[in-house]
Design a protein around this ligand. Structure first.
Ligand code: GLY
Length: 302
């Protein structure tokens, strides 16, 4: 069957001058990954590959270009999930690696566990032979300047970036030629977060969920709100009795109504239909149509 792929590059108030970079990054990721999916790459490998491209792109808050925490350091979170087996792997608060999503994949494939955090996740990266970077290799001038601006600002709050300013999480959902679904999400979390803070992205059901029988979804936005409504699992459950588009819209409406949350979601239901919705000012996302055309958008809240 025809494969499906949708990726996002964050839901926030993407400034006009960053629109082109956001579109270029997601278009590059989706084009490269879809070529491989068409040749038979599994959904699981495809979402890892799509995220790897985005983690190397300094435009996004994932891998290179991630936000700095209150200590001026980068801590990364990621998850990957297989819709066939419901296996998943996740990592939180890992440092100095380009690809936390691949570390999450190794947790899933090579341990008896599903989620490693902090020191143990870091040691696991070393044990798995991941390249351990100089911290400067993940750092961008943009984030240094932004951190200097907000680090002593008493008015700054975690959720402000999702209304007002710099960059966000990345995610990918794929259906392969065998009809299997997978999802992955990767992030640097929120700017000036407390060291050790974990958001929605690596939390199963919040940042990602995949089940071949219903669908798969990846979320982005203000993690403290998204976790409360387990947005990815909520949207997957909504796929059962709603169109794909309605499921995403109802999920985001719940996020807003129940907890005043801010965020976005992308997904694919078990019929291969795309879903996307957000209540932040903008969301960057791209998908491939059944005729193979890449559609990329910076969608503005309706
Ligand atoms: N959605 C990213 C985070 O809050 O960590």
């Amino acid at each position: 069957m025809k494969p499906k792929l949708i990726v996002h590059g964050g839901a926030w108030n993407i400034p006009d001058e960053q629109v082109a970079a956001h579109l270029n990054g997601i278009e590059h990721s989706i084009t490269k990954t879809f070529e491989a999916l068409e040749k038979g790459l599994s959904a699981l490998d495809a979402v890892e590959l799509a995220i790897n491209h985005l983690e190397l792109d300094p435009t996004y808050d994932a891998g290179k270009g991630a936000f700095l925490n209150k200590a001026g350091e980068i801590e990364l979170d990621a998850i990957i999930m297989d819709g066939l087996s419901l296996n998943f792997g996740a990592v939180a608060c890992v440092q100095n690696i380009f690809h936390p999503v691949s570390l999450a994949r190794q947790v899933m494939d090579n341990t008896e566990h599903a989620f490693l955090a902090g020191k143990g996740a870091q040691q696991f990266a070393i044990d798995q032979g991941f390249e351990i970077l100089d911290p400067k290799q993940l750092l961008t001038e943009r984030e240094l300047v932004f951190f200097d601006k907000i680090k002593e600002d008493p008015e700054f709050m975690t959720h402000h970036p999702f209304r007002d300013s710099p960059s966000d999480t990345v995610g990918a959902v794929a259906m392969d030629i065998n009809g299997n679904l997978a999802v992955a999400t990767s992030t640097g979390g929120t700017p000036r977060k407390l060291p050790g803070r974990v958001g929605d992205s690596p939390i199963i059901g919040a940042g990602a969920y995949a089940d071949n029988s219903i669908g798969a979804a990846s979320t982005t936005g203000w993690g403290e709100s998204i976790m409360k409504v387990l947005l990815a699992k909520t949207v997957c459950d909504l796929f059962e009795h709603n169109s794909a588009g309605d499921a995403a819209r109802i999920g985001i409406a719940k996020l807003q109504q129940k907890v005043g949350g801010l965020g976005g979601v992308i997904g694919i239901n078990s019929n291969g239909e795309y879903a996307y919705a957000h209540n932040t000012p903008r969301m960057a996302f791209a998908y491939v149509t059944s005729s193979g055309q890449v559609i990329s958008k910076i969608k503005i809240t309706p």
